[in-house]
Design a binder for this molecule. Structure first.
Ligand code: SDX
Length: 378
């Protein structure tokens, strides 16, 4: 067997063969099934992109309509899941609520029929349909309100915003939200997708796969960074404070949230699209002073860290978009999860197609042959 050098964080080590998405980190290119994200953001919808990722091809008109219909039909959550969620502490993070709720779905759909295409499709539809409902339900219930029933006459993104705010969303906001989901849906072998594939490789159920990935996405080095970016911009407070703030972080060798990426050594192409979406929202709903701070930050960080290839990543501008839509900061990462669930499911399906359980090795650096010392002699 070939002995490989140990790489912390498995940097550069392939963990799977995949045809789902591709990143060129030097050129700043991201493709889903070979199609550039900019083109999908302009022309596709979230559900169509999800279909493309999961089944490998763009759907025909009839296939898309059937898929949209199925997802619409399964949006409601069981009253027992809703009642379970009511018992969650309102001070708990919505990502933890989502992880627990996604895992709880497995209690209701415990059959594991992994070789049956109908089971795969049902699971995909159920997860895509109910995750947004669970995020919106927790948001309302933690404020002491009853959750709002999904509306069948609204599309995927408009319905989520409706369930969240109890009113029909502005059409531009709903369209931009849908594009945000497209931008977040998939990103090669990131930490949460790796987590999903490891869990999938044990042949457990898809609800456990998604729950493990949600838990992984929440950390501040991964999807959780989008919340931290807004907290950081608020802490900075003014354009003049940006330079001393960045200097202070760098002196302390602290990480600047929303910057840097394992693969991209240029600006993340998703950040460029998100920045443009933020500008469209500001043009319609009014400027945001935190955008000026963010622009200055991008410039100051480029001045200091471009030599290391550190530029804004997907999490840098997304919070400004969601914030302008009135979405609370601690829902930014659950919204990332609403999108990414389709990517995780595409990887779940791909993993099952050629499965072998993940079981890497380690380099043991502990002791050997140590005698046991009885407790009264320690
Ligand atoms: C996501 O992997 C994916 O695809 C993830 C994602 C997806 O769609 O799934 O794109 C989503 O997770 C985006 C990333 C969100 N996280 C953050 O914004 C947190 C801040 N960023 C970093 O902590 C960091 O850049 C990571 C975690 C994103 C990447 O970490 P790496 O590849 O392990 O890089 P590293 O920490 O080893 O840093 C390498 C060098 C170091 O300098 P040297 O010691 O070599 O001199 O770059 C520096 C780091 O200090 N560096 C930073 C920095 N990121 C890297 N310095 C300051 N601020 C930063 N943000």
């Amino acid at each position: 067997m070939m002995v490989c050098e140990y790489k912390p964080g498995l940097e550069g080590i392939p963990a799977a063969q995949s045809s789902i998405s591709h990143v060129d980190g030097q050129k700043g290119i991201l493709e889903y099934r070979g199609i550039r994200i900019e083109e999908l953001a302009e022309k596709s919808s979230f559900l169509e992109t999800a279909y493309l990722l999961i089944w490998g091809e763009l759907p025909s008109k009839e296939e898309l309509e059937a898929f949209e219909y199925e997802v619409r039909y399964h949006r409601r959550i069981k009253y027992r899941i809703r009642d379970m969620m009511k018992c969650f502490p309102e001070s708990g993070h919505p990502m933890d609520a989502l992880q627990a709720s996604a895992a709880a779905l497995g209690l209701f759909y415990s059959r594991r029929d992994l070789h049956n295409p109908a089971y795969i499709r049902d699971s995909v539809v159920r997860l895509l349909a109910t995750i947004p409902t669970m995020v919106a339900a927790f948001q309302l219930m933690r404020k002491g309100n009853d959750p709002v029933r999904p509306r069948d006459d609204l599309d995927y993104s408009a319905n989520f915003l409706y369930m969240l705010n109890e009113k029909e969303p502005d059409a531009l906001a709903a369209k931009i939200f849908d594009i945000c989901l497209i931008l977040h849906v998939e990103h090669t072998m990131n930490a949460s997708t790796f987590s999903a594939r490891v869990t999938a490789s044990t042949l457990t159920d898809p609800y456990a796969v998604v729950a493990s990935a949600v838990g992984t996405l929440g950390g501040p080095l991964h999807g959780g960074a989008n919340e931290e970016v807004i907290q950081m911009l608020e802490e900075i407070g003014s354009v003049e404070n940006v330079r001393p703030y960045v200097d202070n972080l760098l002196q302390r060798k602290a990480k600047i949230m929303g910057f840097g990426h394992r693969v991209y050594k240029v600006k993340d192409p998703r950040a460029t699209v998100l920045q443009n979406l933020a500008e469209q929202l500001f043009a319609k709903f009014g400027h945001d002073k935190y955008y000026d701070i963010a622009l200055e930050m991008e410039q100051v960080v480029a001045e200091k860290l471009s030599g290391k290839g550190i530029y804004p990543n997907v999490d840098f501008y997304s919070g400004l978009v969601y914030g302008k839509m009135g979405i609370p900061t601690d829902l930014f990462t659950p919204i990332f999860a609403i999108a990414r669930v389709a990517g995780w499911l595409a990887h779940w399906k791909e993993q099952l197609a050629e499965n072998r359980i993940f079981r890497p090795t380690q380099i043991y650096n502990g002791r050997h042959e140590i005698p046991y010392i009885p407790i009264d002699q320690r």
